[in-house]
Design a protein around this ligand. Structure first.
Ligand SMILES: O=C(O)C1=C[C@@H](OP(=O)(O)O)[C@@H](O)[C@H](O)C1
Ligand SMILES: C=C(OP(=O)(O)O)C(=O)O
Length: 434
């Protein structure tokens, strides 16, 4: 684990940044490919830790994965055998919510004992909802959190199940993604507080529909999947817009310009909403010919915003709020206490350690303006905490971020990309490009 000195800008950033594939789309495409009726191809596959863990996991369950040697983002997948012979498997979930919540229903369709474990921090992430639901649907599972063992019999009865998904939308997505392969499909009813990150459920529904699955939203809080085949698809993964947020925020923080090519015209990725958030904070945002350009203001405006739908953008937005004029109020994100780390506690501790003024509320953060100074920014094994530290370090001297490698969860080379972003501005200023 290394300590990384965050580079500080000497001039506003001015760069074009290409993002690798979306984690959320990649890991859904891999699940659907593993369960499809024939071979699929996933192009633009994210090759970060979360996606590589998913590739390893579907291989361990019996899918055949072939990586194109000329382009490791092109992955061909032969699905799990239709009539699985008994085999035991070990699944490493790392710290990936998508792996620990999407894979157990897939494992239940195989045959044999499947042991799941992950990083130390993953053992305290909420998982009981999905495991209890599978038990209700007839699956034998011996625990309520990582580690646990699932004993699969080759089929899942399916049917109606009531869950409380207020801790994570991934509980709903995980059940829906595999349910077409359950004998009776599934009807998932949510009972409890508001489900967070609902655009991610829309993403699940859209991808299931593309794969020919009959899926419907019965109300705001219940979803049905009919039993039937999952069609093999040639998936093309969009760039990761939640990771784009950290780079676009660099324009906001420094009064510079960042352009992200291949910005989808329409998308279910909640990360797309960073454009509106940055506009509300005073940035100029322009989508032209499939490229999103953000230009930062002289001074950032504070923001009051409900982030329930876009919780994974919170560390980036909170870092900007710590640099903004006025008091920001971020709400609707109590569930972030069960993300990679307790993000509300982590952001509060780290912003305040640098001299800022951040306070936790029951469902979010209050951030007031106060001059920041250099110091250590801890990552808590959380990729988005690490990128938030890098963002503050752009404009505050002497910020060090520990465990920058944790960004590999969803970005293959964050430090390299961050450096390249800064180098583009330097080249343009000194004319080295011409
Ligand atoms: O389904 C997905 O791909 C995701 C759903 C969200 O999880 P929560 O609903 O737990 O916030 C999001 O924060 C996570 O990064 C990815
Ligand atoms: C919450 C996140 O990840 P996960 O998929 O592990 O839940 C995230 O990436 O911000």
């Amino acid at each position: 684990m290394s300590i990384w000195t965050a580079p500080t800008v000497t001039a506003p950033v001015d760069a074009t940044v290409e993002l690798p594939g979306s984690k959320s789309i990649t890991n859904r495409a891999l699940i659907l490919a593993a369960l499809a009726e024939g071979p699929s191809v996933v192009r633009g596959t994210l090759r970060s830790r979360d996606a590589n863990l998913m590739l390893d996991a579907i291989s361990a369950l019996g899918a055949t994965v072939r990586i194109d040697p000329a382009d490791p983002t092109t992955v061909s997948i032969e699905p799990l055998p239709a009539a699985p012979s008994a085999r035991d498997a070990d699944i490493d979930c790392g710290l990936a919510g998508t792996v620990m919540r999407f894979l157990p229903p897939v494992a239940a369709l195989t045959s044999g004992r499947v042991h799941f474990d992950g990083d130390e921090q993953a053992r305290s992430r909420p998982l009981d909802t999905v495991l209890d639901a599978l038990r209700d649907l007839g699956v034998d599972i011996d625990g309520s959190a990582l580690p646990f063992t699932l004993t699969a019999t080759g089929s899942v009865r399916g049917g109606e199940v009531t869950i409380d998904a207020s801790a994570s939308s991934q509980f709903v997505s995980g059940l829906l993604l595999s349910a077409a392969r359950f004998d009776s499909g599934v009807l998932v009813r949510h009972v409890g507080d508001r489900v967070p990150s609902t655009p991610h459920i829309d993403m699940t529904i859209e991808m299931l529909t593309t794969a020919g699955v009959a899926v419907s939203t019965e109300s705001n809080s219940s979803w049905r999947v009919d039993p039937g085949p999952i069609r093999a698809v040639d998936w093309v993964v969009e760039p990761d817009l939640s990771n784009a947020a950290a780079f676009l925020a660099a324009a906001a923080a420094t009064g510079g310009r960042i352009t992200v090519p291949r910005w989808p015209a329409t998308t279910t990725q909640p990360g797309a909403r960073i454009a509106d958030v940055l506009a509300r904070m005073g940035c100029t945002v322009e989508l032209l010919d499939g490229e999103l350009t953000v230009r930062g203001p002289d001074r950032l405006t504070a923001i009051e915003i409900d982030l329930s739908d876009i919780g994974e953008l919170t560390p980036t937005i909170a870092a900007l709020c710590a640099l903004a004029d006025g008091e920001s109020v971020l709400s609707g994100i109590a569930h972030l206490r069960g993300h990679e780390t307790d993000r509300l506690a982590a952001l509060t501790t780290e912003i305040n350690r640098l001299g800022g003024d951040c306070a936790e509320t029951p469902d979010g953060l209050h951030i007031r303006p106060r001059a920041l100074h250099g110091g250590r920014w801890e990552s808590y094994a959380d990729h988005r905490m690490a990128t938030a530290g890098a963002l503050i370090g752009l404009v505050v001297d002497d910020v060090t971020v520990d465990d920058i490698e944790t960004t590999q969860k969803t970005l293959p080379d964050f430090p390299g990309q961050w450096r390249a972003m800064l180098d583009q501005a330097r080249h343009e200023q000194t004319g080295l490009d011409s």
